[in-house]
Design a protein around this ligand. Structure first.
Ligand code: NAP
Length: 313
C-alpha cells in the first residue's frame, strides 16, 4: 500500500480507502451476509488500507465496528457522516450531536477521525455551516470527533455547486468529492482550491455504475449527447473506451477508472466501494499501478473534458 497525508489533518491515509456505502454497502445491498461484509473490511485491512469511510445512512457502521475490534485504533482512520437533520426540527444541532454518539456506539470506538455532514446541497450549505457545524465543533472539543468535513451530493450536484460555496469558507478540514473520467470538472472547480487551503480530499464515484456496467455507460453517453456535452459520434461507436484496454494497457475499465483517479493532483485518497473480496483485491492492485499513459489521459480530456452534468451513477 502507499500512503499520503490527508491535507491539514496530517493524518497518514492509504491512497485507497474502503467505501462502505455506494450501491454495494459492503455487499449488504447485494445479498451478502454480515460475515461476508466483515470479511471485506478485514481483507481491506490486510491489503494495507487504513482509511474506512462509512455513514449512519449506509447501515454499515456496526459492521465496521465488528471488523476492527482486533486492530489498534490509532492505526485506523475512520470517517463517518450524518445527513443534515431537518432544519425545521426542534433541535437540529442536538440531533446531530446525538447522531455522533450513536455512530460511536455502532463503531465501538471513542472517536471518529473525520465526521462529515453528509450529501449537503448548495441550498442547505448555509444552514449546515451556521447551525450544524457548531455542534460538530463541540464534539471535537470533547475529543469525539478529530476533524470535520462535508461531502457533496454528487448525483444532484455534479457541478460541485455546494463544494464551490464551501471552499469560500475556511472551516472544513476534509471534503469528499465526486470525480471520475466522465466528469472531470473537480479538476478546475475544486482541487486547486482544496490544495490552496490544504483541505484533505477523499474521492468518490471513481467507477460507480457507468464504468462498471457497459450498458449503463451507453445510457449515459446518450444523455450527454442530448445535452451537447460530447461529440454525438461517440454514441455510434461500439466500444468508446476500448482504447484504454488496447494492448493490455489496462486489463479492465474499472482498473483504468481507479488508476485515472489515483494520480489526480489534489485528490488524496480514492474510495473504492464493493461487496466482493475479489473486486477489492483488483481495485487495490489497480490503484497501486502506474498512471494511465499520458496519451490516454489526453484523449479522455478531449472526449469528456466538457462534461459536468452527470455523476456516472
Ligand atoms: N455523498 C456522499 O457522501 C457519498 C456518496 C456516494 C459514495 N460515498 C462514499 O464513497 C464510496 C465510494 O463510492 P462507490 O461505493 O459508489 O464506489 P465506486 O468504487 O465508484 O463504485 C462501486 C461500484 O462498482 C462496482 N465495482 C467495484 N469494483 C469493481 C470491479 N473491480 N469490477 C466491476 N465492478 C466493480 C461495485 O460493485 P461490487 O460490489 O459488485 O464490486 C459497486 O457497484 C462509497 O462507498 C461511500 O463510502 C459518499
Amino acid at each position: 500500500m502507499q500512503y499520503t497525508t490527508l491535507g491539514r489533518t496530517g493524518l497518514n491515509v492509504s491512497v485507497a480507502g474502503l467505501g462502505c456505502g455506494g450501491h454495494s454497502r459492503l455487499g449488504q445491498k447485494t445479498g451478502r451476509t454480515e460475515q461476508e461484509s466483515i470479511q471485506v473490511v478485514r481483507q481491506a485491512l490486510d491489503l494495507g488500507i487504513n482509511l474506512i469511510d462509512t455513514a449512519e445512512a449506509y447501515g454499515t457502521e456496526s459492521i465496521v465496528g465488528k471488523a476492527i475490534q482486533d486492530v489498534a485504533r490509532d492505526q485506523l482512520v475512520i470517517s463517518t457522516k450524518k445527513l443534515c437533520p431537518d432544519r425545521e426540527s426542534d433541535d437540529p444541532s442536538g440531533e446531530l450531536r446525538r447522531g455522533v454518539e450513536h455512530s460511536l456506539k455502532r463503531l465501538q470506538t471513542d472517536y471518529v477521525d473525520v465526521f462529515y455532514l453528509h450529501g449537503v446541497r448548495a441550498g442547505q450549505y448555509q444552514y449546515a455551516r451556521d447551525t450544524l457545524l457548531p455542534g460538530l465543533l463541540q464534539m471535537q472539543e470533547q475529543g469525539k470527533v478529530r476533524f470535520v468535513g462535508v461531502t457533496e451530493a454528487f448525483i444532484p450536484d455534479p457541478q460541485h455547486s455546494m463544494a464551490e460555496r464551501a471552499l469560500q469558507d475556511d472551516c472544513w478540514d476534509v471534503m469528499m468529492i465526486g470525480f471520475n473520467f466522465l466528469n472531470q470538472s473537480a479538476r478546475q472547480r475544486v482541487f486547486p482550491q482544496t490544495q490552496a487551503k490544504n483541505i484533505g480530499t477523499m474521492g468518490m464515484f471513481a467507477v460507480r455504475n457507468a464504468l462498471s456496467r457497459p450498458a449503463h455507460l451507453k445510457k449515459i453517453l446518450t444523455e450527454l449527447r442530448n445535452k451537447n456535452q460530447i461529440d454525438p459520434a461517440l454514441c455510434e461507436m461500439p466500444d468508446v473506451l476500448g482504447f484504454l484496454t488496447d494492448m493490455g494497457k489496462a486489463e479492465t475499465i474499472p482498473e483504468a477508472a481507479y488508476r485515472y483517479c489515483r494520480y489526480e493532483p489534489g485528490l488524496d485518497s480514492v474510495l473504492t466501494g464493493t461487496g466482493s473480496v475479489e473486486h477489492l483485491k483488483e481495485n487495490v492492485a489497480a490503484l497501486l499501478k502506474a498512471p494511465l499513459p499520458l496519451a490516454d489521459c489526453e484523449r479522455l480530456a478531449a472526449l469528456f473534458g466538457q462534461v459536468d452534468s452527470v455523476s456516472g451513477n
